[in-house]
Ligand binder design. Structure first.
Ligand code: SF4
Length: 446
């Protein structure tokens, strides 16, 4: 397929994992039409920028990336899609040289828009409004992931939660879920393609199924997938504490390690007033109880949390509430980010925006805490055996193989390429903040 006369396409993604997933789907669509994919830094016939609008900075970077493509190849077809294109298409259309502005729902037939566009029809905007974004789009399926070890499976899109800091409900439309049967079918295909781990993703994973008729739930989806005998591992991506029910915890305990012992909580804060003003529907105590229940029920469960610092009005005391809560809970990994004002959201108009330097200081404190808690968690595995799914890449610094346990602990080990994409047992002899190290041993040895 890759001959010199094939048309070429270069793709660039800004923002979240879902956007990355959808860029992969778009890449596959171009390849299926005979396009050759080239790096974004090279000349191409078509450039696709999958934009993000989660912060003002993301908007800026999206515009800059488009301008870079236009400068590199002024005759190329330049396409802007993604969340910025969805929420503010006119801003992108104003950039001279942008040919097509396509909303998130238009990603499924992006290649058609490109091939059908004529010089007379450009520039053009095609954006389905939020209210009409009601169907889960399975044209955006991805069949091949880098490394062919772990596959993300998008099962839910859109959000109706409207947290006060978040623009995503505007950008990604209403709750919509992938029907259960389709999700089982797609998982079966990924297993046949050789993947060993399926990671369920969504904008608001816990809302899976509430829009389906009849309604479904995330736990039903998990149970249906665990019934597939050939599925070695199933993992959840980030989830609200409220979605981690006792039933879910028990299911994880009963079916681990197939249902991976790792929960990444979209926690955001440990202060009730901040949570309320964020429009989250749980309290710090609710989240604490979930973490404690997980730790009691599932030995060695890995836990992570997204935490936001510097939300408007966050006082030192409120930050301390978050810090103290996290310090006392067995959460091993924190994904810390600083609040960033986003026009079009409610929180943008809240008084007492926190100075950047204060947010940075809080951010640094939580990162330090995260490093210490990661190290403590990883150390508990020293002298023990863990099972790691070895990826199809090596650690660039050491050349060692890299794997992942079901509790989401990185494992580095020596070994040859034949171990890639298999689950190996490793006796752990060292631990650091990044993960653990050891050597592979036969699975049944003591
Ligand atoms: S749940 Fe809240 S933070 Fe998550 S996408 Fe929806 S509005 Fe944004």
């Amino acid at each position: 397929m890759s001959n010199a006369r094939s048309p070429t396409v270069a793709l660039y993604t800004l923002g979240c994992r879902l956007n990355q997933y959808e860029t992969e789907a778009i890449r596959e669509q171009f390849q299926a039409r005979g396009y050759r994919v080239v790096p974004f830094g090279e000349r191409a016939d078509v450039y696709v920028v999958n934009t993000c609008t989660v912060t003002g900075q993301a908007d800026y970077q999206s515009r800059q990336t488009l301008r870079r493509a236009i400068r590199r190849a002024p005759d190329a077809t330049v396409v802007a899609t993604g969340c910025y294109a969805q929420t503010n298409p006119q801003a992108l259309l104003r950039i001279e040289g942008v040919d097509l502005v396509l909303g998130n729902a238009e990603k499924g037939r992006l290649v058609e828009y490109v091939t059908e566009a004529t010089s007379a029809s450009r520039p053009a905007v095609h954006v389905t409004p939020r209210a009409a974004l009601t169907q889960f789009d399975d044209r955006l399926d991805v069949h091949e992931f880098e490394g062919r070890t772990r596959a993300s499976l998008k099962i839910q899109d859109g959000c109706d939660q409207f947290c006060t800091f978040c623009i995503i409900p505007w950008a990604r439309g209403r709750y919509r879920s992938r029907p259960l049967e389709q999700l089982v079918g797609q998982t079966e295909r990924l297993l046949v393609a050789g993947y060993h781990e399926i990671v369920l993703t969504g904008v608001h994973l816990g809302a899976y199924g509430i829009d389906l008729i009849p309604p479904r739930s995330l736990i039903e989806a998990v149970r249906a997938l665990l019934r597939l005998p050939d599925l070695p591992r199933l993992r959840l991506s980030s989830i609200w504490p409220t979605a981690v029910s006792d039933e879910m915890i028990q299911l994880m305990a009963d079916t681990a390690p197939r249902f991976c012992r790792y929960v990444h909580l979209a926690l955001q804060s440990g202060d009730d007033d901040i949570l309320r003003r964020m429009r989250r529907t749980y309290t710090a105590d609710d989240a604490r109880r979930v973490v404690e229940r997980l730790a009691e029920t599932i030995p060695d469960v890995g836990m992570g949390a997204d935490v936001m610092v510097g939300f408007p009005g966050e006082t030192d005391r409120q930050f301390l509430n978050t810090y103290r809560m996290l310090e006392t809970l067995p959460i091993s990994y924190l994904h810390v980010f600083s609040y960033s004002k986003r026009e079009g959201t409610k929180a943008a108009s809240f008084p007492d925006q926190v100075p950047v330097t204060v947010a940075q200081e809080r951010n640094a404190q939580l990162r330090q805490l995260s490093a210490a808690q990661s190290l403590a968690f990883h150390r508990r595995f020293i002298g023990r055996r863990v099972d790691a799914l070895v990826e199809e890449r090596r650690d660039p610094a050491t050349g060692q193989l890299v794997g992942l346990t079901d509790h989401f602990v990185r494992v580095r080990l020596p070994g040859d390429d034949r171990l890639m994409n298999t689950i190996v047992t490793v006796r752990v002899d060292r631990a650091d903040e990044e993960g653990v190290q050891g050597a592979s041993v036969p699975a049944e040895s003591g």
